[in-house]
Structures are given as C-alpha cells and as structure tokens.
Design a protein around this ligand. Structure first.
Ligand SMILES: C[S@@+](CC[C@H](N)C(=O)[O-])C[C@H]1O[C@@H](n2cnc3c(N)ncnc32)[C@H](O)[C@@H]1O
Length: 652
C-alpha cells in the first residue's frame, strides 16, 4: 500500500513507507502484522538472531568443522515477498574495526554470511550498522570485498562496468560480456546495454526453465532478451552443468549439428541448451529486404560535409564485397550540385512522392472549387526540382518527351534570386535533411516565397527537428578515433542500430512556410530537459540522435521521428556517398532510408534517474553560413560544441 498518488509527482521509491522491526524468527507473522494489518509496504528486519556469534557456535559444537545453520528457511516466504517486502537489517553488534580480534573476526564472518543470505533471498537492499568508532577502514574493506562479488542483490552491474570503462578512458578495445541470471532487471535497465559494447551474453544453465517434455527453455522475458542480443550481433555463451533431466534419446543416437548420427554417450551434455538457443535464432523473423540491404550502413558515420568517411571501408553483403580506401567527401547541400546518381536515388523513394502527391492533390482540391476547375489557372511552382520527379520534368528534352512544353517552364537559377514573371498559388519543395532544416530549406524558402501569393500554399507547410539522448559507444569511439575536436563538433548522418534510446524525443526547432513576418529570423535557441525512466538506472549519454517530421499539407506528413515515422521510405540520404555505393551494387535493391543525424558529445555524460539532463541547442546564422552549437548544462556542464561554427557549417 504505497503512500498514494500525487499530481505531478514521479513514481519514485519515496512513495513507499517501511517499518523497522525487532528480531522475530516468525517471518510470515512479522510480515502479515506489519503489512496486512499495519499498512506498511516493507519491513526492515534482522535476518539473524542477535545472540548469534560464529565463535560461540563453534564452541557449542566442540570447535569441530561443522557449522550450524545460522538463519531460518528461505521457504517461509515466497521469492517475491522476500524481494519486495523485506530489507535486511545487518546485526547491529558487529564491529569490524574492534581491537578485540575475536569480535572483529566474528563481525567479518557474520557480515559476509548475512549479506550472502540476503543475496540468496534476492532482497532489494541491506541496512548496515554505522561504524562503532572513528576508524572504519576494515569495515570499508569488507564491504568493498562484498560489493565486488554481489550479483543477486540490487547492485547495478552497469555501474560497475561504467566505473571500469571510465578508468580505462572508454578504450575502444574494451568490451563487456553480460551474465544472464534467472531474474532479470526491468526492460529499461536492460535496454541500456544495447548502446554499450556488449560482445557476449553468458547464460547459466540455472537460468533455464523446464518445459512440459523435460527440455530446457527460457522465460518469455529471457527469450525476448536473447532475441534482442542476437539481433545486435551479441554472441551467446552457455555456462554451467546439465540441470535438466532431458529424456534419453531414442536408439541411443542423435543427430549432431551437422546432421550426422552420434552416439548419445558422445553427445555434449549441454547440447539441449544449444538446441534451444538455435531454435530461438531460427524462429526470428527474416530481415525485410530493405533492412538486409542497410546492414552494411548500420552504425557507420557519414560526414555530411567533410572528412574521412568510414562507410567506404568495407561494404559487404551477399552479392559482393568492395573495399574503398581513404575516400574524402566534401559535400554542401546548398552550395554544391548533386550528381545524377544522387537524383536517381531520390527518385526511387516512391513513398515520399506518394505523400507529396497526396498533399498537392489535397491543396488543389481546397484551392480550386469544382465549378471553376476548367476556367481557373493555378500556378504551381516546384522549387529545387532536381531532375523533376515532383513535376516529372527537369531537362528540356524530358519536357518534349512528355509533351509538357505548354504546361511546364523550367528555370535554372537559385530560387533565392529569381524574379518570377508571376506569383504562385502553390510552392512545392523538398529541401529537407535528416534534421529538417539542416540543408537550409528555411533560407531557400525565405527567398522563394517572394513569388508566392499572399494566400498561397507552401508544401511543406512546416517541419520540426527532434532529438533524444542515446548511449552509442560505437559511434563515440568512431568519432574519437580521429583524435581531434573537429570530429566531435560535427553532426553525422547514420543508420543508428546499436544505440540505447534513453528518453523519448523532444522537438527542437520548427519552421513554418510561408512566413511573411518582417521580424522573422532563422536563428533558433532551445533548452531541452530529458528525464530517464526511474527503472533504467544510470546511463551514459554519448550524444543525441536527431530526426525530422514535416507537415506537407494539413494532415499529410513525412518524417523519420521514430514514434511517427513514415513507413517504407527508402532514399533521401543527405550525402551523395550512399548513392556512389549503390551504383556498384546494381542489384535492383533500394538504398537506405533517410537516416538519423548524430550530434556527438566530446565527453560522454552519465545521467541518473531523478536528475534530468539539460541540453541546449542553437541554430546560428551568419552572412555566409548556418551552423548548430550544442551543449549539456546539467548534470555536468560540457563545453559548447562547434562554437562559431568552427568545425561544422552549411554554406549559404
Ligand atoms: C533534396 S533535392 C530534391 C530534388 C527533387 N525535388 C526530388 O525530390 O528528387 C533538393 C534540390 O533542390 C536544389 N536546390 C537547393 N537549394 C536551391 C536553391 N537555393 N535554388 C534552387 N535549387 C536549389 C538542389 O540542387 C536539389 O536539386
């Protein structure tokens, strides 16, 4: 019976109230008295008789090697009663720093026994008595020793891993193997590991259940976890002894993994566990075609502007393997012209054009009444037409081919300085990057709206960028490998896969078109707060994944923000690099979707539940360039990244 609900109050542990109790060896009675009748949520209870002393026990039995049981039975309460309702109170007489050697030794033995008993019971916590004197060195040493070996009690193994890797300065060669125990922490707590360099998951045979036929199997939650690991290239290791009375194999023989008959005596005793993991693996859904093709792009940083592009190291799939070396990329979305292959890529994205077609159709229906449909001329301009998929014409020859000479006029110039002969009813554009405004759509459309009628429609009518904090150790290490600040102050286009999304996305910058206000500015500043769910535990933030969502017209939208993403979008990578790769494959497969953007942090920030992450993002505009700056203000301030656009900018 928690204290109750409070408006606006989080679901923190503080809503539970416990009661400290005296020693009572009738634990069920203690619990029912304090919980059912008393209304408390948990008891802080001694786990051992306060008169117990290991040295006395030995005397009692004549100093022999036998040690009498020092605690009651774990069966008196159910596992969930122990773990949810009992906090262990460690014997108050213990004095680890006593001058009296017998007392000190007794204290050490008792402390270890009590903690290991509490750990066996899966108690959430133990309350230790305060040190008896000014000196507490031996007490601390014993507690520290115990902490090192704890696994069942709610010691968060992530914390231990985190301390270790901080001491090793996030070394890229340091990976972690996870022990999968029979009880699992919350899904959020487990989710953190997906952004960490987890190489292996060690599953002890004790963690397996037994199915109706006597074979080992895993709980639903374990199955989900293992499938998630397999999907993130984390290898499974089985550990322990055969714990299941697996039915004997008929005719004393069985098939080994190659299908060969083997004598049951030669069969590996842990084979049933392997078979079960294999069953889980085979039961996984096959990767959709698009995902399959995108495998080689997972977690590879593509610099949208300049620098060495790791994407070009090895791209492989079942069709071919190509090695690219030291390909230097320099691409500016507004300043540079795109290659034909890039347009080819854009044009393959049928979903994008379907969404545009719906938006344009709806706008035309709204703007032109039925009775005027044959008499009213509507001027529709596509700005930034590329090869013309939005009007199906970009070259004069194509216009002739399509017989569109009378309806389509092609103008080749910068939309920001074109003097239009007449004004448009509808202005259609697609100038969006992974972060929405990062390819300077706002600046281009500001120029182009001069030739949009006052009551004209812009498609898109608005777009918003989003970010969320992520654990992304691989991306962080890849940025770090350049050994300079410039790469930490650059945003990258990347298909994020091995990342832990720590909190839901928050909107960052919104642009609305047309905007005829005389006071408008494309500079933006946003302060954001992210709170990680309380059951996540602490987590490391390596940077921010960024996305966009665009309202094309009314409710027709297009975007990649995970919670609302348009399904089945293929192309529109912000960098021409991807298209370059595609031409080598020529497999007929589609190329990657509009990937996310990644803003790294020079020094990863550790966040804890209950202490929010405060982030600041700026969009800055100069006379020749636009750039982003970003920083963390809390819990620990980071430097402002990319000050004055010194490392990363988009040219006007
Ligand atoms: C993302 S592509 C879209 C092309 C085409 N609409 C499509 O969907 O395939 C953006 C296009 O806008 C053009 N563009 C960008 N800024 C421009 C400007 N200021 N004036 C004219 N064209 C511009 C680029 O050259 C490129 O062709």
């Amino acid at each position: 019976m928690a204290l109750g609900e409070r408006g606006g109050w989080d679901k923190s542990e503080s809503r539970y109230c416990g009661v400290e109790t005296d020693f009572n060896d009738d634990m069920p009675h203690l619990l029912s008295f304090n919980l059912s009748s008393g209304g408390f949520d948990f008891v802080v209870a001694s786990l051992m008789d306060p008169n117990y002393r290991p040295s006395l026990m030995e005397k009692d039995i004549g100093g022999g090697s036998h040690v009498l049981p020092f605690a009651g039975s774990d069966l008196v309460l159910s596992p969930s009663q122990w773990s949810s309702h009992v906090v262990g109170k460690i014997s108050s007489w213990i004095d680890l720093d006593s001058e009296d050697e017998i007392l000190r030794t007794d204290s050490e033995t008792t402390l270890k026994q009590e903690i290991s008993w509490a750990s066996h019971l899966s108690l959430q916590a133990c309350l230790l008595p305060s040190p008896k004197g000014a000196s507490c060195a031996n007490y601390a040493r014993c507690v520290n020793q115990i902490l090192q070996s704890l696994n069942n009690m709610q010691g968060d193994s992530w914390e231990l891993w985190n301390s270790f890797r901080l001491l090793c300065e996030h070394h890229s060669q340091l990976s972690v193997a996870l022990d999968v125990l029979s009880s699992l922490p919350s899904a959020n707590s487990l989710g953190r590991w997906l952004g960490e360099p987890v190489r292996a998951a060690i599953i002890h045979t004790d963690s397996f259940l037994t199915n109706a036929r006597g074979y080992p199997c895993l709980s639903r939650r374990h199955q989900k976890l293992i499938t998630g690991f397999l999907n993130h290239s984390i290898q499974v290791v089985i550990s322990g002894k055969l714990n299941h009375g697996v039915p004997s194999v008929s005719l004393d023989s069985a098939l080994d993994h190659t299908g060969t008959n083997v004598e049951s005596s030669q069969r590996h005793s842990l084979r049933p566990y392997l078979d079960y993991i294999a069953y889980l693996y085979q039961r996984m859904d096959p990767l959709p075609e698009q995902e399959r093709f995108e495998l080689s792009y997972r977690d590879f940083l593509q610099s949208p502007l300049q620098g060495h592009n790791p994407l070009f190291h090895i791209i492989s799939d079942e069709f071919c393997t190509i090695e690219f070396s030291n390909y230097y990329l320099s691409f500016q979305p507004l300043m540079d012209n795109l290659e034909a292959q890039t347009y080819e890529t854009f044009e393959k994205d049928s979903v994008k054009y379907i969404q545009y077609q719906r938006a344009i159709g709806n706008a035309l229906v709204d703007r032109v009444p039925d009775e005027e449909a044959s008499s009213l001329t509507t001027v529709l301009m596509v700005v930034g037409a590329g090869r013309g998929p939005l009007v199906r014409a970009s070259l004069q020859s194509l216009v002739r081919l399509e017989g569109w000479e009378k309806t389509v006029t092609i103008v080749s110039c910068d939309m920001r300085c074109w003097d239009a002969p007449e004004k448009a009813d509808i202005l259609v554009s697609e100038l969006l990057g992974s972060f929405g405004d990062n390819e300077l759509s706002p600046e281009c459309l500001d120029g182009a709206q001069r030739f949009l009628k006052q009551d004209g429609i812009s498609i898109p009518s608005s777009y918003t960028s989003f970010i969320q904090p992520v654990t992304a150790s691989k991306l962080h290490n890849d940025v770090k490998s350049h050994k300079d600040v410039v790469h930490f102050e650059t945003a990258y286009v990347v298909k994020v896969h091995s990342v832990a999304r720590l909190a839901p996305c928050e909107p960052v910058f919104t642009f609305t078109h047309p905007n005829f206000s005389t006071k408008k500015s494309n500079q933006r500043y946003k302060k954001l707060r992210f709170e990680i769910p309380s059951d996540t535990g602490s987590a490391m933030v390596h940077g921010f994944a960024g996305y966009f969502d665009a309202m094309l017209y009314k409710d027709v939208h297009l975007g990649i923000e995970p919670s609302t993403a348009t399904p089945n979008m293929f192309s529109c990578c912000a960098s021409s690099s991807v298209c370059f790769v595609e031409s080598y494959f020529d497999t007929g497969l589609q190329i990657p979707a509009w990937f996310a953007i990644f803003f790294p942090l020079r020094t990863p920030v550790c966040i804890r539940p209950g202490s929010p992450l405060e982030v600041h993002f700026w969009r800055c505009c100069g006379s020749t360039k636009v750039w982003y700056e970003w920083c963390v203000a809390s819990p620990n301030p980071s430097p402002v990244h990319n000050s004055n656009g010194r490392s990363y900018w988009v040219g006007l």
